[in-house]
Design a protein around this ligand. Structure first.
Ligand code: GDP
Length: 425
């Protein structure tokens, strides 16, 4: 019990697939952010130097814009979660299923506590539970379920509005692993299912239809999932035939009813909606009792003796079936969210990186061109220098030769003059 409830050391949970992927992708995005920052600093350094002939302001702006976009994506990724939405007719036990999965009575259930708007439950830090109403920033702390149900009944909410409940992650494994659970008003009360889907379902990873095992699937329930199927490609749908404990009183009929519900459920998913194959569909239909599961999972109140709880025959099997459902659900939501939630962001990031890469490449080519130009000029100047040098040498040599010749001539003439004079004397 402790394991699933607290999530302590539960490394085997399929949900870890998503949370680990999320951690890895966050590290990757931090690396990308560092690289872009370094690139930006490098460009700034050159741009600010007096000798800059290559960096233009536009490039500096582009790098800044890329950094902002990457930061934005990183932000979205840290807020990314797995989302499951519960639908069904009023009183089929949607809130009870959510509570059973959270191992505590968090959402109010039962007569007079009909969920009349959308209610999401997400994890928060350990400081304490709170709720946000309809997009408002004002955090209202909640100490107990009774307080929550009062808060909910005080609010006059329209069916398509949202109340967000934030519950300490440490209290529940699902919340710790970034699952957000969304309860909906009874499917029978709304006329505007499309608006519901557009507002709350487009990013849902899994849909759970909480049906009543005591009756067959209603047209309203089917119709809703047909609409979902039109708007989303191959949604992941589970069918929980809840209140299965009620059939324990008629054991002779039980197997027959179960078979009938199972066949209808499979046929709805595989033949009617065509979201899954027939053989896989049998792992999407379950027979459970949310009420019993919740009762068996409720945390013990310290100092209070356990009051004996009456459980109908076969409750162990129903508890096991609930746990089997949770395992299938966790595998499905984790796989689906890992595949879909990161894809769009990584594609966007990849485009941004491609753009920066081509800018860096342009810069490199430009710098190489400039370097080559400088090298050619240097070679040219050196050659010129050598030529001039040689010319100078030549000139010097020539003038030297000329001077020597002149001097020799002068000497010769002096000698001639002198010998003439000697002769005369
Ligand atoms: P919702 O309107 O679909 O959210 O339904 P609730 O969760 O509020 O449940 C309506 C009533 O049905 C409550 O009184 C629950 O205690 C009861 N209920 C829910 N699940 C079960 C179940 O599996 N077996 C039985 N016997 N009662 C249930």
């Amino acid at each position: 019990r402790m394991n699933r409830h607290s999530g302590a050391g539960d490394m085997g949970s399929p949900l870890k697939h998503f949370t680990n992927a999320k951690k890895k992708i966050n590290v990757l995005f931090s690396d990308i952010q560092t690289y872009i920052e370094e690139f930006g600093e490098f460009i700034d350094d050159i741009g600010n130097s007096d000798e800059n002939i290559i960096i233009e302001e536009e490039l500096e702006d582009d790098v800044l814009a890329a950094l902002e976009k990457i930061n934005g994506i990183k932000d979205m990724l840290t807020r990314n979660h797995m989302k499951v939405v519960f639908f069904g007719r009023t009183s089929n036990g949607k809130s009870s299923v959510v509570n059973a999965m959270l191992w505590d009575r968090i959402l109010p259930t039962g007569i007079g506590h009909t969920t009349n708007c959308f209610l999401s439950v997400a994890g928060c830090s350990d400081e304490g539970a709170y709720l946000l109403c309809n997009g408002s920033e004002e955090k209202r702390s909640i100490k107990s379920v009774t307080q929550l149900s009062h808060a909910l009944s005080e609010e006059s909410m329209s069916p398509d509005s949202l109340i967000q409940v934030f519950w300490p992650k440490s209290k529940c494994a699902l919340l710790k692993d970034d699952v957000v659970l969304v309860d909906s008003p009874g499917i029978d009360v709304s006329h505007d299912l499309d608006q519901w889907i557009d507002k709350y379902c487009l990013d849902a990873d899994v849909f759970i239809l909480v049906a009543n095992a005591e009756s067959t699937l209603m047209q309203a329930e089917k119709k809703f999932f047909h609409r979902v199927n039109e708007k989303l490609s191959k949604p992941n749908i589970f069918i929980l035939n809840n209140r299965w404990d009620a059939s324990a009183s008629e054991p002779e009929l039980m197997e027959q009813v179960r078979q009938q519900h199972l066949e209808r459920g499979i046929s709805f998913l595989a033949d009617e909606l065509k979201v899954i194959s027939k053989s896989q569909a049998k792992d999407r239909v379950f027979f459970v009792s949310a009420k019993e599961t919740l009762q068996s999972r409720m945390p013990k109140v310290p100092g209070k003796a356990d009051s004996p709880v009456y459980m109908a025959d076969g409750h162990q099997v129903r508890l096991m079936e609930f746990a089997r459902f949770e395992r299938e659900f966790e595998e499905c939501i984790s796989r689906s969210a890992t595949r879909t939630k990161f894809e769009y962001h990584t594609q966007r990031a990849s485009k941004i990186i491609d753009q920066l890469h081509s800018k860096a490449e342009w810069l490199y080519t430009k710098a190489t061109e400039l370097m080559n130009e400088c090298r050619d000029r240097r070679v040219f100047l050196l050659q010129r220098l050598e030529y001039i040098d040689n010319q100078m040498k030549l000139v010097t040599q020539r003038s030297k030769d000329g001077i020597v010749a002149l001097a020799n001539e002068a000497e010769r003439q002096v000698r001639v003059a002198m010998s003439d004079e000697i002769r005369r004397l």
